[in-house]
Design a protein around this ligand. Structure first.
Ligand SMILES: Nc1ncnc2c1ncn2[C@@H]1O[C@H](COP(=O)(O)OP(=O)(O)O)[C@@H](O)[C@H]1O
Ligand SMILES: [Mg+2]
Length: 306
């Protein structure tokens, strides 16, 4: 059983009268690539700043590898919050030197290793002003790595990147996990990003954790929470008549041509098929509707538009 890398309990932060983070309980286990998912404005950056002690919290506690003291926590964490800022007139290497001096961690060999890890070793003497956004993101990750942390916290590291850049960051994080055994928390507002990268996911909505678990657990939850099937038949009138006498099956929305979507409650697709055939409905196809994590995510995070 993996031990806890990062735990928050009841983490709360207000801005004026507004609650930005509401009693947040979060658990990252050692070795996880944890996806901290939520739409824009959900509170991801605020939560991460609280975890890192960059802003005051109004309640709750943060434990990192069992450590509660913020100063001692810092030694095991590397972070990149929002878009990283650099001295653009300096080289990448000199930026890392400054960061090390400022933080009082890391030496020349740590800097070289961090540059190697993110694939910037060949461009390290170039000024950051000539760097693309993707290279800056990678340099930001390098800066988070120089103190040789065990836990890496990255706030939307793929934000603004094109699909290729996103892919490179994803591959880099998986590599850090595999080669260096790092535990990683990565926030994103894009489910597709997190789904391809993370072992566990927490979904944040308006400062509250609305679901947390392994990607498989959440998928199971998405599958079992609503069961729907599409039925195809040329006798749609007969289908509608038969449905009236089949408890547990009801139309879910308007049909389309010879296809009708049904919601099942308490009966399975096989039972439905039997009942329809017994009622004389010529069923041409019965297709279970699979629910993706995307749908669960949207369902949990859909707000009223005002
Ligand atoms: N410095 C601040 N002052 C006031 N409100 C803020 C501040 N920072 C963030 N907020 C508010 O807190 C909420 C969460 O924001 P944020 O943590 O940036 O969300 P996310 O990172 O998920 O997009 C938003 O409603 C935002 O407007
Ligand atoms: Mg943010």
């Amino acid at each position: 059983m993996a031990s806890d890398a990062l735990v928050t309990r009841g983490l709360t932060r207000r801005y004026g009268g507004r609650v930005a983070i509401d009693s947040l309980d979060l658990q990252v286990k050692e070795g996880d690539v944890y996806g901290f998912l939520g739409p824009n404005g959900a509170g991801k950056t605020t939560a991460i700043r609280c975890m890192l002690g960059l802003i005051r919290r109004d309640g709750g506690e943060v434990e990192i590898f069992g450590e509660r003291d913020p100063v001692r926590q810092r030694a095991s964490v590397g972070a990149m919050v929002e878009t990283p800022a650099f001295h653009t007139w300096l080289s990448a290497r000199d930026n890392l030197r400054r960061a090390c001096a400022f933080a009082g961690v890391g030496d020349e060999s740590d800097i070289q290793q961090a540059l190697d890890r993110v694939g910037l070793q060949g461009r390290a003497e170039e000024k950051v002003s000539g760097y693309s956004l993707g290279m800056r993101q990678r340099l930001g990750i390098a800066r988070a790595l120089v103190g040789r942390p065990r836990l890496l916290i990255l706030d939307e590291p793929t934000n603004g990147l094109d699909p290729r850049g996103m892919r490179e960051v994803r591959d880099l994080l998986l590599d850090l996990r595999r080669r260096d055994g790092l535990t990683i928390l990565v926030s994103s507002h894009l489910l597709s990003e997190v789904e391809q990268l993370c072992s566990r996911v927490g979904i944040l909505e308006r400062g509250r954790m609305v679901a947390e678990g392994s990607v498989d657990e959440l998928l199971d939850r998405a599958q079992t929470s609503v069961v729907e099937v599409d039925v195809e038949t040329h006798d749609t009138a007969g289908l509608a008549r038969a449905l009236a006498s089949i408890p547990g099956a009801s139309p879910a929305g308007e049909g389309e041509g010879e296809r009708l979507r049904l919601r099942l409650n308490g009966i399975g697709p096989a039972e439905l098929n039997r009942a329809l055939v017994n009622a004389g409905v010529p069923v041409e196809a019965l297709i279970p509707v699979t629910h993706s994590l995307e749908e669960l995510f949207l369902r949990l995070t859909t707000r009223e538009l005002t």
